[in-house]
Design a protein around this ligand. Structure first.
Ligand SMILES: NC(=O)c1ccc[n+]([C@@H]2O[C@H](COP(=O)([O-])OP(=O)(O)OC[C@H]3O[C@@H](n4cnc5c(N)ncnc54)[C@H](O)[C@@H]3O)[C@@H](O)[C@H]2O)c1
Length: 437
């Protein structure tokens, strides 16, 4: 690029200034030559401008700098070998098994759910855009783990309708487990567009393809406990108000619940929303407190512990990943078929929302004490005021509906779950990334 610029710089800016005293014949030839030179010169300028435009154009940049554009990358998919991998991954291997498209399969929850489905003999195909919201090498390690169990993760974005249509053309998925999303509460102030892209536009793109698929799949998707927002009535029940989100993340999840209602109402899609409460465990998300507290305690760095006004306790209903996976599988197994076909509703379809929590909130300072004991290192606690940028003071799930209708019963307490997380963490980060899973 700079070479081209310097080449262009060497050409005189005012051509034709050279004057030569020659015979008329020579003069005519010279005129002809000078026109040719002019033509060549302007052709170079034109070509140069095209090259400058081409190299500066954002669409030619595979990884745009603007974070909200990152997921607009193009991915390679298609072809007979690719279709064969898709079919083989989605093949049902047990009697009464289901075939599930798992979006966000390289994510924390997606990896665990995919592995559990595969273990039962269900057909599983993953889809993930491997974005860099957190260290993508962890997503790649999860992908490698799933690949060993026979799950293929297609690399692509849920906004890519052509890709989604192709997947439904190759496999008649009976179910979609939709976990792809932009997670995290505080990052929404940094990159709000990514929440709209994945949690709203992406959801609509997915539902559009599902509604037109024949047969339509049943869809189970991850909403969030954050929809309860500033609700103060505890424990949070599905009937409580959810119209006061405290973050853009929460607002996009709430919007997702309303969008789900619309697609159920108009197109007869069977839709189940699961409101997860602070999920933790092995292969977890590095942006979550239990994860980066562990990292920072081990590094001897101080960790921020928030307290609410008047020294109020900040508490979370921490839910172990295996309990969440059981809830997801139960939701898939109890999902009724969608009723539409050819994009038209044929009758009323199932529409459900469940809390999936542990129903025993723990103060964040207790979480730190458990980590200190497990890591055998004292934490440097930095007590800070809870910022008003999306976090709520506490979460507490009422899980009686999920208990009744899904047979959901969490069995792992925080102490036991964190022990498993810490064992994984130490083995993953100190054992040459060869985790035991
Ligand atoms: N972990 C929790 O505590 C928690 C709590 C409440 C709700 N949830 C929800 O559960 C789901 C799974 O969460 P997680 O903790 O596994 O998060 P995660 O970030 O680990 O997983 C999400 C995955 O989706 C992928 N993704 C994001 N946008 C995409 C797009 N446009 N197209 C394709 N793939 C895309 C990401 O690359 C990532 O691998 C999310 O919907 C999240 O909002 C999680």
């Amino acid at each position: 690029m700079s070479k081209q610029m310097s080449h262009l710089d060497n050409i005189p800016s005012t051509p034709g200034k050279f004057k030569m005293e020659k015979s008329p014949y020579v003069h005519n030839r010279l005129r002809w030559h000078s026109s040719l030179a002019k033509l060549t010169f302007w052709s170079f300028i034109f070509l140069g401008l095209i090259l400058i435009f081409f190299f500066r154009s954002p669409s030619s940049n595979p990884l745009p700098q603007d974070p909200s554009r990152r997921s607009l990358r193009t991915y390679n998919w298609g072809g007979p070998a690719w279709e064969k991998r898709v079919r083989s991954s989605a093949r049902v291997r047990s009697r009464n098994g289901i075939s599930v498209l798992v979006t966000g399969a390289a994510g924390f929850v997606g990896t665990h759910v995919s592995a559990a489905l595969k273990r039962r003999g269900d057909g599983v195909l993953g889809l993930d855009n491997f974005n860099d919201y957190y260290d993508p090498s962890l997503k790649r390690a999860r992908q490698a783990l799933l690949e060993r169990t026979g799950v293929f993760i297609v690399e692509g974005d849920i906004n890519d309708s052509a890709l989604l249509r192709k997947l439904f053309e190759v496999v008649a998925f009976t179910h979609v487990m939709h976990l792809a999303a932009q997670a995290g509460v505080r990052y929404a102030m940094e990159n709000p567009g990514s929440y709209v892209h994945s949690n709203i536009a992406g959801l609509v793109s997915l539902l559009e393809v599902c509604k037109s698929a024949n047969p339509q799949p049943a869809i189970v998707w991850a909403s969030s406990s954050s929809v309860y927002g500033l609700n103060t009535k505890v424990p949070f029940s599905e009937r409580d108000r959810t119209d006061q989100p405290a973050s853009l993340y929460a607002a996009t999840k709430k919007a997702g619940e309303e969008i789900a209602h619309t697609y159920n109402h108009i197109y007869g899609l069977s839709l189940t929303g699961l409101r997860f409460f602070t999920v933790y465990g092995p292969w977890g998300r590095p942006d979550m407190a239990y994860f980066f507290f562990t990292r920072d305690i081990l590094k001897g760095k101080s960790i921020p512990i928030f307290e609410a006004a008047n020294h109020g306790t900040v508490a979370r209903d921490f839910t172990y990943i295996d309990d969440i996976v059981k809830g997801c599988l139960a939701a898939l197994d109890t999902a009724e078929k969608s009723t539409g076909s050819g994009g038209k509703k044929k009758g009323p379809a199932q529409l459900r929302v469940y809390n999936l929590g542990n129903t025993s909130p723990v103060p964040v300072s207790d979480l730190v004490s458990i980590l200190e004991r497990l890591l055998k290192v004292n934490a440097k606690r930095n007590i800070m005021k809870l910022p008003r940028n999306g976090d709520v003071q506490f979460t507490h799930a009422n899980i009686s509906l999920a208990q009744r209708e899904l047979g959901y019963k969490p069995t792992t307490d925080l102490q036991t779950g964190l022990k498993k997380f810490v064992r994984w963490y130490l083995s993953y980060y100190s054992g040459g990334k060869k985790a035991t899973g």
